[in-house]
Design a protein around this ligand. Sequence first.
Ligand SMILES: Cc1cc2nc3c(=O)[nH]c(=O)nc-3n(C[C@H](O)[C@H](O)[C@H](O)COP(=O)(O)O)c2cc1C
Length: 262
Amino acid sequence: MADNPIYKLTYGLFVVTANENGKDNGCITNTVGQVTSEPNRVSLTVNKANLTHDMIMSTGKFTASIISREADFELIKRFGFQSGRDADKFAGFADVKRVENGTLAVTKGTNSFISASVCQSVDLGTHTMFIADVGEMAMLSAARSADYAYYLENIKPKPKAVGTDESTGQTIWRCTICGYEYVGEELPEDFICPLCKHPASDFEKVGGGKAPEAVPAGVTEGGRIIWRCTVCGYEYEGDTLPDDYVCPICGVDAANFEKVSK
Ligand SMILES: Cc1cc2nc3c(=O)[nH]c(=O)nc-3n(C[C@H](O)[C@H](O)[C@H](O)COP(=O)(O)O)c2cc1C
């Protein structure tokens, strides 16, 4: 990572929100920037797999709430580790303000918001870049903006399974774009980050050592089966893991769980 000039670019972090037919949704991105000042325009690039992408494409409106250093991981989890296709991200979430273009600004863990109306969209293959006229905007706090490096060092919890012990450590591959972590000695060449959809070449090895002995699937002493989240290590006990199960810690789906015995 240190050797790649691409990672020397600095990125902010944003909750980008949209509203379509009364439904609010939003996702985390690191891709908002000013492109012209007269007229005042910003660009935003969103992966086509994101529901937020489709909502902005349909409505032409979004708000980027700028994440500050006071944000906690809960905010990132809520908007960046689950899709609005599966969850109502605003359920029980009161830290919002409805802005003029009909979208919600996030008012906690952010220091300002910029709402915008799309005037041009550029098809980039996997992503769409939206160019948008700036509308309502406001300051919310004096806290400094969180850039991507700050997020990795201070907001994102340290992985539980990083292999610091040469004899027992597991190998972790971290997505340098969104911080998703894959546990496994080798990262498959065709691996695609399930969160930000970037390829294996955007992953870096952050922990290493000999892979642990394979743990046979089975039943605990108490007769229960354990399903372990391969992303954060959370353990679920039960004979079967529901197909629609979502990790309560990191928000990934049932496909990211493995059956282990203790
Ligand atoms: C730190 C972080 C940065 C991210 N950056 C981007 C990004 O720049 N562009 C993007 O399309 N998705 C990005 N994502 C992924 C989306 O936030 C994520 O896929 C989200 O679940 C999409 O939600 P939606 O389907 O409700 O729109 C990022 C996620 C995280 C955690």
